[in-house]
Ligand binder design. Structure first.
Ligand SMILES: Cc1cc2nc3c(=O)[nH]c(=O)nc-3n(C[C@H](O)[C@H](O)[C@H](O)COP(=O)(O)OP(=O)(O)OC[C@H]3O[C@@H](n4cnc5c(N)ncnc54)[C@H](O)[C@@H]3O)c2cc1C
Length: 466
């Protein structure tokens, strides 16, 4: 029976006691019956607010309608038209702040908005299992475009540039493509076979991916700029920030980047089957409260740590991580210690971390971010015993690329300066994603990639006409 409105169909998940011992996906995905029932709850609003809040303007209402009609193929093709990686976006997008956040069924924080992310992931997985691909006719053009970096910004830019008919080559520094999707977000949130599948589509549509190519090191940006008709820079923001406190050189202190790259990209959780080891103790303190913090804490738990505490200077209410990630972390026994800030990392005679000094905080008036400013309570310092510390307080664009391209204008934050069409100060060179925004989201990077592809197309057409 069709039930319009009603409550959200719950998602089955791996049981907590099992999942903290493995890196498999936590959500188990909807069944066909469940996904159809969830889609049939949609009231198909005339003005479709969900679509207006989607940075790639996916035709979400049409997609839901097709799922409700059990036409999964058409639903997938609708999603894929605007979103290059629906199987990924469906899993990691902060839907609660975008499409699902404005769904009238969820107004009042009932949590009953249509589960758009899980619907999207379902149809993309279904298409993968049934060999359904988006097909489009390419009228080949002679011009070549180089993309630097292979994260979501470059992926979506590459797809749209191929649709315009350009020859597209991606230069990626690492030995695997995908950016944060590959090296940062753990497999229990984003299984790597899904990432590989979405990337395989790029090669199928004719995108060339050159791995192990660090632009600015083994290949010069200036050379690419001469050889190609246009460039897109999607180099992300992979350089970790540190707190600048005493003890950060101790063994057992990691940046979240290193901790996650070792664990996910290099598969340290499968050591010695894989070469890279990781030393993760029993008492782990993770500093921050974003998605990266939750991912690091949940990886530490899976690496066998008994006690994992997230150390945050504000409270859970202000934490920037996705609601689902916070909830999953808490279910897994991770403790969110609110209103504390590290002042020192302590070590033993052998140079290993053995404690962290924290100062208690209180909340003041809102700061520029709109969240209450955390204020230290003088004299409230105390010591917590830890043997591993992970700093997950943010990242910035890598200096290596930028120092080798001094002609490229940057902001005071070290991000690449662009105009409203994502063109940099260098003609024909566009930029987007985290390299331009600083730490942001997958869907914003996808949106930038699409916008930059349009700008590149316009630029090349104009150049040809003059
Ligand atoms: C652990 C973690 C969890 C996250 N979780 C979420 C989430 O749940 N939801 C969400 O929406 N967002 C999340 N984010 C943020 C999101 O992943 C990023 O906003 C997004 O990946 C940015 O995409 P991008 O293409 O700009 O850059 P990236 O994904 O960072 O990709 C940049 C690529 O460029 C390559 N590169 C860098 N320099 C060079 C060079 N000189 N030459 C060649 N290649 C180069 C890098 O190796 C990398 O592969 C998370 C981020 C992290 C770190």
């Amino acid at each position: 029976m069709i039930q319009i409105g009603g409550t959200r169909i719950p998602m089955q998940e791996q049981k907590v006691q099992e999942r903290i011992k493995n890196f498999y996906s936590v959500p188990l995905g909807y069944t066909e019956k469940e996904v159809v029932a969830e889609a049939q709850r949609c009231i198909l609003c005339k003005d479709a607010p969900c679509e207006k809040f989607c940075p790639v303007n996916m035709k979400i209402r049409d997609m839901i309608r097709k799922v409700a009609e059990r036409d999964f193929k058409q639903a997938f093709l609708i999603a894929k038209e605007d979103n290059a990686i629906p199987a990924i976006a469906g899993r990691v997008c902060p839907q609660e702040n975008q499409c699902e956040g404005v769904c009238p069924l969820g107004i009042g924080f009932t949590g009953n908005g249509i589960n758009i992310g899980k619907l999207e992931a379902f149809i993309a997985d279904w298409a993968m299992e049934n060999g359904i691909k988006e097909k489009f006719y390419v009228k080949e053009r002679a011009e070549k475009v180089a993309l630097i970096g292979s994260g979501p910004a470059s992926i979506s830019c590459a797809v749209d540039l191929r649709k315009f008919g350009y020859k597209v080559t991606i230069y990626e520094a690492l030995h695997k493509a995908g950016g944060v999707l590959q090296y940062g977000i753990p497999a229990f949130r984003l299984p790597k076979d899904i990432v590989e599948y979405e990337l395989s589509y790029l090669t199928e549509i004719g995108v060339e991916i050159k791995l192990n190519n660090v632009v600015g090191q083994n290949i010069k940006f200036q050379k690419l700029n001469q050889e190609y008709d246009a460039i897109f820079i999607g180099t992300g923001a992979g350089a970790p920030l540190f707190m600048g406190i005493e003890g950060e050189k101790l063994k057992g202190l990691y940046s979240a980047n290193e901790f996650l790259i070792r664990t996910n990209l290099m598969k340290a959780y499968k050591f010695p089957e894989y070469d890279t080891p990781i030393v993760c103790g029993n008492k782990v303190g993770v500093i921050g409260a974003g998605n990266v913090t939750m991912d690091s804490a949940r990886c530490a738990k899976r690496l066998g740590a008994k006690n994992v505490q997230i150390l945050y200077r504000r409270t859970k209410k202000e934490a920037p991580a996705r609601d689902e990630e916070i909830q999953h972390a808490l279910e897994e026994g991770i403790i969110l210690k609110e209103l504390v800030n590290p002042t020192r990392i302590l070590g033993n005679d052998m140079g290993w971390v053995n404690g962290i000094e924290l100062i208690k905080m209180k909340l003041g008036k809102p700061d520029k971010s709109g969240r209450p400013r955390p204020i230290p309570i003088q004299g409230s310092e105390f010591i917590m015993e830890v043997d591993t510390v992970v700093e997950a307080i943010g990242t910035k664009p890598n200096r290596l690329f930028l120092t080798k391209t001094p002609e490229l204008e940057t902001t005071d934050w070290g991000t690449i300066k662009v105009d409203k069409n994502l063109m940099t100060n260098i003609k024909g060179v566009t930029a987007g994603g985290d390299a331009m925004r600083g730490n942001a989201t997958v869907i914003l990077a996808l949106g930038d990639g699409r916008k930059a592809a349009k700008t590149v197309h316009k630029y090349i057409l104009m150049k040809n006409s003059t």
